[in-house]
Each structure stands twice: as structure tokens, then as C-alpha cells.
Design a protein around this ligand. Sequence first.
Ligand code: NAD
Ligand code: UDP
Ligand code: UDP
Length: 362
Amino acid sequence: RRSVYNPTGFESFNMGGKIPLGLKRKGLRIVVTGGAGFVGSHLVDRLIARGDSVIVVDNFFTGNKDNVMHHFGNPRFELIRHDVVEPLLLEVDQIYHLACPASPVHYKYNPVKTIISFFIALLIFIIIIIVMMMITNVVGTLNMLGLAKRVGARFLLTSTSEVYGDPLQHPQVETYWGNVNPIGVRSCYDEGKRTAETLTMDYHRGAGVEVRIARIFNTYGPRMCIDDGRVVSNFVAQALRKEPLTVYGDGKQTRSFQYVSDLVEGLMRLMEGEHVGPFNLGNPGEFTMLELAQVVQETIDPNAKIEFKPNTEDDPHKRKPDITKAKELLGWKPKVPLRKGLPMMVSDFRQRIFGDQKNPAT
Ligand code: NAD
Ligand code: UDP
Ligand code: UDP
């Protein structure tokens, strides 16, 4: 069956996209792969609140049922334990494809699972066991594109600023092709997402699938994995636990941190809008890791110590999104600066780390 994509979500979609007064918006059927994860679960909250029906597809590799439990019992919500590497048959209007072992620690201990590049894939085909593991980004994305093609759904890929690698252009504009080491420790993630972007554009050009591509910059907020090794979650958890903040290298490398609600707003605007992308979605506020440590000290514990540790290989020296395109074409820009967003994340971490116990850091 090939259903007709109805971008307005209104039953009156054949009325030139205009919604006559008094007509109720028809809820869409939306799949969110990776919907039990950090970003996915916040997206699900917004979609459910908007009146849509949401199917979360997640294998709980890094996600958690707790993130979506508050929707259990809602007839517009479904949760399917499924690995996107396996084919999936559903009838839907939109697919938000977030499933991916995302955090550095997770993708480093299972690197082949996030590998991609067709060339590497060809070699890997020779080694059956690696073929078995090689996946989420290629096969998972391929399956979701196949699903989108079959049912005429619109497909959104959550790609990453990592496609720019260790960028030689600053800030990064979408037209920059990046500087990625194809054989380094981070490559499984970077190249995985680059190949996912390639597949997405091939299905768009070759099969007419409606696609959208977001390049997401470092995002933080409530429900982030506590011990996944990312810098914001590490610093916040360390400060709360009265441990030293671990700064890797000299701490002068930069990142731009976006609060999760800003990202979700950007993803939804991208999905509903007319433009394929890719679009950078990130907060241009740029911080060195030492500056970030200082903001965490200000927010949680001014006496928190800093401990320097060796940096990881191929760590990008700087990263900051140019969001001119998203501003102009999606009417989007982030609203929550780091010093406003961080306290909201800290309350969530405090609750999850200490539960009802008294927090020793206060
Ligand atoms: P996350 O780890 O919290 O969420 C990913 C979800 O995908 C998890 O629930 C996990 O269980 C699920 N998953 C992984 N492999 C799967 C598979 N094979 N089948 C089904 N489900 C699977 O990560 P996140 O931070 O919420 O990231 C969401 C998306 O955004 C990812 O695609 C990630 O690459 C992208 N992204 C995130 C950031 C960030 O800073 N958070 C930055 C750039 C890009
Ligand atoms: N696929 C899926 N659900 C669907 C349709 C396709 O999971 O509803 C998978 C399918 O198993 C295949 C991939 O998507 O592995 C690509 O599908 P496509 O139809 O584009 O390619 P083909 O099956 O013709 O190779
Ligand atoms: N980093 C750090 N201390 C930590 C974890 C990370 O100084 O405890 C640094 C890391 O070396 C990198 C930056 O913080 O330069 C961002 O790392 P993260 O893994 O959060 O994101 P990514 O490198 O994927 O942008």
C-alpha cells in the first residue's frame, strides 16, 4: 500500500493547505525510532501533546523505558522493542529516525555496530561475523527508508555535527564537507552518519522519498544518560557526587551546547517544513571545556575541583554551528542559553542520582 502523505496533518489537505476555521487537526501516525532515548523521549512528549499517535521503536541499547513510562496507558502511544536492523512493517505518516548507539562510550565499546561507508561495508562483507554486527546506521537507516518508501511517509534523519570531523572551517556551515579520519576511533560514528546521509539523499533522488536531514550539535538536558561519558553529563554527575571534574587535554577545545527543548522544536519545524536540508541544529554559544567546567562549578558547587586527563584520539578542536540556514528557512533559533538550561538538567540528575536521599552537594 502506498499512502498519500498529508503534510498538513489536516483532513482538509486537499484544500490548498489552508485550514478552514473550526476544522480539527487530524492526528498523524508517527514512528520515533530511538524514542526511549534522551532526545527521542522529549520529542515523543511534544508529539503526544500535539495530538499525534506515536509508535516508539527502540531496542533499549542506550534508551530506557523510564523515559516514556508516563505515556503508558495512553491509547495514542505504543512502545515496540525492536532492533531497526530488522525490517519493520508499519503504516505511518512520518518517521523520525533517531535510533543509534549515540554516546562516545557506547559507540566505542561496540564500534562495528556504528560503522558505515559502503566501501568499508564491501570489505566487511567478506568477514561474516563483522557483517552480523555492522549495522544500525546503515542497515537501520536503510530499513526505515524502505519503510518510508513503501508507505509514502516523510523521513527525518538525525545526523550529527560529527560529520564535520575536526573541522577546518569555523563556524561550520552546511556546505562544508568536513574533515573526518576514516580509520580512527571515532570513525564508526562519523562515517556511519555520513553514510546514513548518503542513503537518505539516494532514496530521495532515486525513489522520491520525502526526506529531511538534521545535523545535531552537542545537546544536553534532563534524561541524558548519567554515565555515558559525554562532557556535560560527566561534569554534572561529578560535581553532584563531589568528585573532581575531568577535563580532557588542556581543556581549550570548544563545543556549543544546545538545550534539548530547542533541538526538539528544530526537529519538528524541519519535519513540517518544505526543505530537505541538511540543517545545522545547535546553539552557537561556544565554550571551552574549562569554561564549561566553570559554569558547572557556578551552578552546582563552586568548590568542585578540576582534574586534567589525557584527551581521546582525534578529538575535534572546535565546533560551533552556523545556523543562518535554519534561521532563514525554518524560522528557528535556540532560546535556552547554557546558564539557563544547565540548572534544569541538574535537578533531574540530582533526583536520579540521589533519589529521595539528601543531596550531599547541597
Ligand atoms: P540516546 O542513546 O539517548 O538515544 C538513542 C536511542 O536509540 C536509544 O534509546 C537506544 O536504545 C536506541 N537504539 C540504538 N540502537 C538501536 C537499534 N539498532 N534499534 C532500535 N533502537 C536503537 O541518544 P540521543 O542523544 O537521544 O541521540 C538521538 C539521536 O540524535 C541519535 O541518532 C544521535 O546520533 C543524534 N545526535 C545526538 C546528539 C546529542 O548531543 N545528544 C548530537 C548529535 C546527534
Ligand atoms: N523495509 C522495511 N519495512 C518496509 C519496507 C522495507 O523494513 O515497510 C526494509 C526492507 O526489508 C529492505 C529495506 O527496507 O531491507 C530497503 O527496502 P527497499 O524496498 O528500498 O529495498 P529492497 O527491499 O527492494 O532491496
Ligand atoms: N571531555 C572532557 N571531559 C569529560 C568528557 C569529555 O573534557 O569528562 C571533552 C572531550 O574530550 C571533548 C568534549 O569534552 O573535547 C566533548 O566531548 P563529548 O564526548 O561530550 O562530545 P563530542 O566529542 O562528541 O562532541
